[in-house]
Design a protein around this ligand. Structure first.
Ligand code: GLA
Length: 419
């Protein structure tokens, strides 16, 4: 469907290993001198499913036929994304992470899928995924090996780009393990268009202007685990670094705090609400890593909440930030189109029951959100119209431990819904 030419460019040399874990949406351009990843993709944060957190590197299809990394797993997820309302609310990319490959390249140096676990091959899988109206993402590594030890793309950038294009892959998660030095990467990065690209980036002072030229989203923090500790530490990292990272986000390029683990085992209901609300405030890619075959109705309703997704996908494309932290409460806010604002109030206290928090309306939305008045709707935990609030008034909320109240502040009662 798409022709990918992988362009090797010395301009990217110095990005080197920093470009680990860049999601790039497929198909390249070969227009020299055009350096923004202006591929028209990810104008709002990417939405989809990615296998890593839930299924990791399970290659044992004999013992665990239902949860090993195999074409069957992805076909089942594609079926469900299509049939169970996921695609309808925007989850579009079905993404393969590490461990899909055979241990060796083929005789022509091309990557190949593990023949036992992917007997029909990736091209067939891409066709299948496309037939469901979805897009397929794949994983590769800038260095000599992937993080799990499968063949890396170093020395094979062209051939791998061609292979992915040939297969009809739509997104590449480009990881950065086993990348010994910047020199090692001499000529190396995909220079592509239409390939959603993600990156992992642990250097002290990343140059986001540069990163945006190659990636549609990039990781800044460590891997998300299925735990409150992990979600909390990602939020902490984000707020501590917001001065640098918030302005880097915008249509075409987003900070990626990693996968949504909602629907798994480690987060309480309130913590799942917090992850969904804050990923919306952060304009984060919404890449679920869960088992769509076995997911509670409650988690599904949360992940498919159209009002919250509309905040995440707001066309203004401005990432939110931590406004205030006091008494173990955090107040985050995000400017939205049509002069609306989203506000999330998190109760971080892990002892005791629900606590009340009162906020001056005038302090929200840089003093303008509710000037002279605004209509406030609680979106999470329960959708409730709270009514009109004047600039001089206060709003009292009650928030469960580790939970979040997500509010929408609008000029009127209506808020633009998803198309
Ligand atoms: C790194 C990435 C993860 C995942 C694994 C795969 O740890 O951060 O998201 O892709 O590699 O091995």
């Amino acid at each position: 469907m798409v022709t990918v030419t992988m362009k090797l460019t010395s301009r990217v040399q110095h990005l080197g290993c920093l470009l680990a874990l860049c999601f790039l949406a497929q198909v390249l351009w070969d227009i020299p001198g055009v350096w923004a990843l202006d591929n028209g993709l990810a104008m709002t944060p990417t939405m989809g499913w990615l296998h890593w957190e839930r299924f990791m590197c399970n290659t044992d299809c004999k013992e665990e036929p239902d949860s090993c990394i195999s074409e069957k797993l992805f076909m089942q997820m594609a079926d469900l994304m299509d049939s169970d309302g996921w695609k309808e609310v925007g989850y579009e990319y079905l993404c393969i992470d590490d461990c899909w490959m055979a241990a060796q390249r083929d005789s022509k140096g091309r990557l190949q899928a593990d023949p036992i676990r992917f007997p029909s091959g990736i091209r067939h899988l891409a066709n299948y995924v496309h037939s469901k109206g979805l897009k397929l993402g794949i994983y590769a590594d800038v260095g000599k090996k992937t993080c799990a030890g499968f063949p890396g793309s170093f020395g094979y950038y062209d051939i791998d780009a061609e292979t992915f294009a040939d297969w009809g892959v739509d997104l590449l998660k480009f990881d950065g393990c086993y990348c010994d030095s910047v020199e090692q990467l001499a000529d190396g990065m995909f220079h592509s268009r239409d390939l959603a690209m993600s990156k992992e980036n642990f250097e002290a002072k990343p140059n986001y202007t540069e990163i945006r030229q190659y990636c549609n989203h990039w990781r800044n923090s460590g891997d998300v685990y299925d735990s409150w500790q992990s979600v909390k530490s990602i939020l902490e990292w984000t707020s501590s670094n917001q001065k640098t990272i918030v302005s880097a986000a915008g249509p075409g390029g987003w900070n990626d705090p990693d996968m949504l683990v909602i629907g798994n085992f480690g987060l309480s209901w309130d913590q799942q609400i917090t992850q969904m609300a804050l990923w919306a405030i952060m304009a984060a890619p919404l890449l679920m890593s869960n088992d769509l075959r076995h997911i509670s109705l409650q988690a599904k309703m949360l992940l498919q909440n159209k009002d919250v997704i509309a905040i995440n996908q707001d066309p203004l494309g401005k990432q939110g930030y931590l406004l205030r932290k006091e008494d173990n409460f955090e107040v985050w806010e995000r400017p939205l189109s049509s002069l609306a604002w989203a506000v999330a109030m998190v109760n971080l206290q892990e002892i005791g029951g629900p606590r009340s928090y009162t906020i001056n309306i005038a302090s929200l939305g840089q003093g303008v959100a509710c000037n002279p008045a605004c209509f406030i709707t609680e979106l999470l935990p329960t959708k409730t119209k709270l009514g009109f609030y004047e600039w001089t008034s206060c709003l009292k909320t009650r928030i469960n431990p580790t939970g979040t109240v997500l509010l929408l502040l609008g000029r009127s009662q209506t808020f633009k819904k998803l198309p």
